[in-house]
Design a protein around this ligand. Structure first.
Ligand SMILES: Cc1cc2nc3c(=O)[nH]c(=O)nc-3n(C[C@H](O)[C@H](O)[C@H](O)COP(=O)(O)OP(=O)(O)OC[C@H]3O[C@@H](n4cnc5c(N)ncnc54)[C@H](O)[C@@H]3O)c2cc1C
Length: 284
């Protein structure tokens, strides 16, 4: 028999998780599926469960000196609707499942579930987002790309709770987001491509691209981005230049076959979308 806690403050929650192993429950939209036994039966949790959804202090989205602070218990709908949230992240979140689920699910859950296909992740990688991990020992902050170590794996310790997501300020007005799925709502992600860029006086001063569901983690290469940053925009329409960029990305996009799609389809479509993203910037 497991115990269930529903703390109303972060301090209480941290007390509960300080000793032993617990299942942290936010919206439960991943957990209820993972722990389902059979239709009509109560899900089976092996560890004590700490519900985080009553912690009001984790439901705020505020501008801080470091950037935008998004509380872990903000729902996806809260994030999607908040004008303070960068457009690319709002688009990523708005593409998760259907509205009813987005009212319940959180971005913290999407991050901690660490699926390679999680739809908030490409935008968070592009925005250089960090996660704040709180415990009775204090707080530590790390880049999202370091926090997620592989499919379903993160650096979260047993006594920690992801309390906030920090999105640094950015000025990247050209936005690209494309999720490929089988239907308009509740589509399982076959792959996704997100991009951010800035052009000043015909020159690319920043350019970023991230690919979801094409590897064990989101794929983003700062090294390859440097090949594009500093170029005149017209170069992004030059077939030879574009061909070289696609070839370089082709080497680091390594999808697998699974029930959602084939590796070949994911690889080709990611590169087609990358080409579309380059074309968009070339005409900016
Ligand atoms: C029908 C359906 C459709 C879906 N469609 C999509 C989709 O299109 N795109 C997509 O990306 N996902 C999709 N999902 C998956 C899921 O809804 C998302 O990953 C969601 O964001 C999870 O959030 P949650 O709050 O419900 O997480 P939960 O289920 O509560 O938790 C998920 C994981 O995160 C951990 N966790 C939760 N909160 C914290 C915290 N604060 N600190 C540390 N660990 C924490 C939990 O212990 C658990 O391991 C879908 C799920 C369903 C059931």
């Amino acid at each position: 028999m497991v115990a269930v806690y529903r703390p109303e403050t972060l301090a209480q929650a941290l007390d509960w998780v300080a000793v032993g192993k617990h299942t942290l429950f936010s919206g439960g939209t991943d957990l209820m599926v993972q722990h389902a036994v059979r239709s009509g039966l109560t899900p089976n949790f092996e560890q004590d469960v700490v519900f985080l959804d009553a912690i009001e202090e984790l439901k705020q989205i505020t501008q801080t000196e470091q950037g935008l602070s998004i509380g872990a218990e903000c729902s996806l709908a809260d994030i999607e609707q908040d004008p303070l949230v960068p457009d690319i992240l709002r688009q990523g979140v708005a593409n998760i499942a259907a509205p009813a689920l987005r009212n319940r699910a959180t971005m913290a859950g999407n991050i901690c579930n660490a699926s390679p296909a999680a739809d908030s992740l490409p935008a968070l990688y592009l925005l250089d987002a960090t996660v704040v991990l709180s415990s009775l020992r204090g707080q530590r902050e790390m880049a999202i790309a370091d926090f997620i170590t592989g499919p379903g794996k993160t650096q979260l310790q047993d006594d920690e709770i992801l309390s906030h997501i920090i999105v640094p300020k950015s000025d990247l007005p050209i936005v690209f987001y494309h999720k490929v799925g089988t239907r308009a709502a509740n589509a399982l992600t076959k792959l996704s491509v997100a991009g951010l860029a800035k052009v000043v006086d015909g020159q690319v001063v920043d350019w970023r691209a991230a690919f979801g569901a094409v590897g064990p983690k989101v794929v983003r290469s700062r090294e390859l981005e440097q090949l594009i940053i500093g170029q005149p925009v017209s170069m992004l329409g030059e077939p030879l230049f574009v061909g070289n960029i696609l070839e370089q990305y082709s080497k680091i996009i390594r999808p697998i076959d699974d029930q959602r799609s084939t590796a070949l389809y994911r690889h080709r479509t990611s590169l087609n979308l990358l080409q579309r993203w380059l074309t968009q910037v070339s005409t900016a």
